[in-house]
Design a protein. Structure first.
Ligand SMILES: [Zn+2]
Ligand SMILES: [Zn+2]
Length: 304
């Protein structure tokens, strides 16, 4: 029997870091994701040491591993605008410092946007900004994870090659590891047809051509309200979108993916949605006791 799926959701730190962990545990998570400060404000303060100790205790007690931090939405390290870039560098430095202090294993970052410049120039700017934000910061525990995007507007990172290029440009200029986070909804919206068996195989082959798959540590498991190639970032409940249940079954059972940390960023439309999406994902990961896959043979039309 392969190891059970490691899965979790994004929880709120509004009450405390500890409460974010306890809430994740109550929902049935064994890994979870948080923001380390308000994701839509530039100002952020460091959590207190006692608050961090209580978080560590809750994580150990309930075996919540890994802890993933998602970075602030305002940060754009690739910005051509010097004042936005400066503010982004300072904010990203804060993200790194808080992630290390909190003891997170992963910091997930969106690569930013290349408005008013070429993609090539933006990737160089981004690598300079990463180096500048990371000056003097060293960690053997934290890994920065570059997340793929849906490619909305001028978002960088809708191609896996772009993520690989960012790591390549930055890795020798910083003193911590860089890996990757793949978001399933973003993959589909960016044109990677992971909804079919052949499409998943092709997507993983494309990924493997530019980065070792074992550098992908976290999968953001989201179904997509937006169709293949739409470049629109809209998350949907697992099995209710254009990716569909059969595709998620293939993803969570894939020998090269199933040991990764799966984090849901699915909508909360009704009470219990997080629990429902988690249990759907876990159910899909477990083979039928008689070895007969459920409904795998019937083609499934995506909802809406
Ligand atoms: Zn995501
Ligand atoms: Zn998204």
């Amino acid at each position: 029997m392969p190891a059970p799926l490691r899965a979790g959701v994004h929880t709120s730190i509004a009450k405390s870091l500890e409460e974010a962990a306890l809430h994740a545990h109550r929902l049935g998570c064994d890994t979870f994701q948080i923001f380390s400060a308000s994701p839509r404000m530039w100002r952020a303060s460091m959590p207190s040491l006692p608050a961090i100790a209580r978080l560590r205790h809750a994580r150990e007690k309930h075996n919540l591993h890994p802890l993933v931090i998602h970075d602030n939405y305002l940060i754009n390290l690739a910005s051509a605008d010097t004042s936005i870039r400066k503010q982004s560098i300072a904010a990203f430095r804060g993200e790194l410092e808080r992630a290390i202090l909190i003891g997170a294993e992963y910091l997930v970052a969106h690569p930013g946007s290349y408005k008013n410049q070429s993609l090539e120039q933006a990737l160089l700017t981004l690598s300079d900004s990463l180096a500048e934000a990371s000056r003097g910061i060293r960690s053997t525990h934290l890994t920065l994870l570059l997340e793929n995007t849906a490619g909305q507007g001028s978002a960088i990172g809708s191609r896996i090659e772009e993520l690989a290029a960012i790591r390549h440009l930055a890795i020798n200029r910083i003193e911590y590891e860089i890996g990757f986070c793949l978001d399933t909804a973003h993959l589909l919206a960016a044109g990677y047809n992971i909804a079919t068996a052949a499409g998943l195989k092709d997507t993983l082959a494309q990924a493997e051509a530019v980065l070792p798959l074992d550098r992908i540590h976290v999968i953001h498991a989201n179904d997509s309200k937006a169709p293949l190639g739409s470049r629109i970032d809209r998350h949907q409940h697992i099995g209710k979108g254009h990716i569909g249940e059969d595709a998620f079954r293939r993803i969570v059972r894939h020998p090269k993916l199933r040991h990764k940390a799966f984090i849901l960023e699915t909508p909360i439309d009704d009470d219990g949605d997080d629990e429902r999406n988690l249990s759907t994902l876990r159910r899909l990961a477990v083979a039928h006791p008689h070895g007969v896959p459920r409904r795998d043979s019937s083609p499934r039309k995506p909802a809406s």
